[in-house]
Design a protein around this ligand. Structure first.
Ligand SMILES: C[S@@+](CC[C@H](N)C(=O)[O-])C[C@H]1O[C@@H](n2cnc3c(N)ncnc32)[C@H](O)[C@@H]1O
Length: 231
C-alpha cells in the first residue's frame, strides 16, 4: 500500500503506518535496497546455530524476514516492538513460523535476553528510544551476545559537517520519491522530539564503551549510517 499517512502532532507507529510501512521506508530511506541487502549479507556472517537472532524495534518484521526464511531450522528469533500495531503486523507475517516469537513492550523491559544471541538487529529503531537509556541498552545487548556475535545498528545521524546540506539533499530525495513539500514538513514536525539522531561518533563511542572489540561502518547515505559491532 502507498504511504499517504497524515502524521499527527506527535509521530506514532499506528495501524495506518503499519499498513504502508514497506512503501514508506522504500521512499524515505536513501539507498534503502542496498542498506537492506548489506544488513542481510553482514548478518549472515555472524549467525551461529542454536542461538537467538533478535530484532529490536522489529516493526513489521522486514529486517529479520530473510534470516527467518534461511535459518528457521537452526535458530530461534525474538522480535521486540513497543507499538501494538507493529507487533500485530509482525505476528501476522510470521504466524506460521514456530521459530519466531514477537514480544510487545519497551526494549529495556526485555533486556537482558533470556538466551544467548549471535546476531542482534537494530535497524532505525534505537533512534526512537530515549538517549539517556541508549548506552545501558547497548551494554545489555553486548552482554547477551555470544563471543564473536554481532550487533548491526542502523541509525539516522546528525552530521558533524555539512548537516544542513545532507538534510536538504535528503528532502530532495523524498520529493523525487513522490512526497509533497507539505508531507515532508508535516512529518518533520511530527518526528520532532520522537526521533533523536546522534552524531555518528557518539554511536561508535557507545558501542566501544559497551565493550565491542570491532566496530565498523558498513553503509552510509546522507544522514543515515550503519555499523557492524562485533563482540
Ligand atoms: C523505523 S521503525 C524500525 C524499522 C524496522 N527495524 C525495519 O527494519 O523495518 C522503529 C520501530 O521501533 C519501535 N520502537 C520505538 N521505541 C521502542 C522501544 N522503546 N522499545 C521497542 N521498540 C521501540 C517502534 O514502535 C517502531 O516500530
Amino acid at each position: 500500500m502507498r504511504d499517504n499517512v497524515k502524521p499527527g502532532e506527535k509521530w506514532e507507529f499506528n495501524e495506518d503506518v503499519a499498513a504502508c510501512f514497506a512503501n514508506m521506508l522504500e521512499r524515505s530511506i536513501p539507498d534503502y535496497k542496498s542498506m537492506r541487502a548489506l544488513v542481510y549479507k553482514a548478518g549472515e556472517r555472524f549467525i551461529r546455530p542454536d542461538t537467538l537472532v533478535v530484532d529490536v524495534g522489529c516493526s513489521t518484521g522486514l529486517a529479520v524476514e530473510p534470516f527467518v526464511e534461511k535459518y528457521r531450522d537452526q535458530n530461534d528469533f525474538l522480535l521486540i516492538d513497543s507499538a501494538y500495531a507493529m507487533v500485530e503486523a509482525s505476528r501476522q507475517r510470521f504466524m506460521d513460523e514456530p521459530s519466531v516469537t514477537v514480544r510487545p513492550g519497551y526494549l529495556w523491559d526485555h533486556l537482558p535476553f533470556a538466551d544467548p544471541a549471535s546476531l542482534v538487529l537494530s535497524v532505525l529503531s534505537l533512534q526512537f528510544m530515549p538517549t539517556s537509556y541508549r548506552q545501558k541498552m547497548i551494554s545489555d545487548i553486548y552482554d547477551g551476545l555470544v563471543p564473536g556475535g554481532a550487533l548491526i545498528l542502523v541509525e539516522k545521524v546528525v552530521s558533524e559537517n555539512l548537516d544542513e546540506l545532507m538534510v536538504q539533499m535528503y528532502y530532495e530525495m523524498k520529493r523525487e520519491n513522490g512526497y509533497t513539500e507539505e508531507q515532508i514538513m508535516e512529518k518533520r514536525r511530527s518526528l520532532e522530539n520522537v526521533l533523536s539522531p546522534l552524531k555518528p561518533e557518539w554511536n561508535v563511542d557507545m558501542l566501544r564503551t559497551a565493550g565491542f572489540r570491532e566496530v565498523g561502518m558498513f553503509w552510509r547515505c546522507l544522514n543515515f549510517c550503519g555499523w557492524i559491532a562485533v563482540k
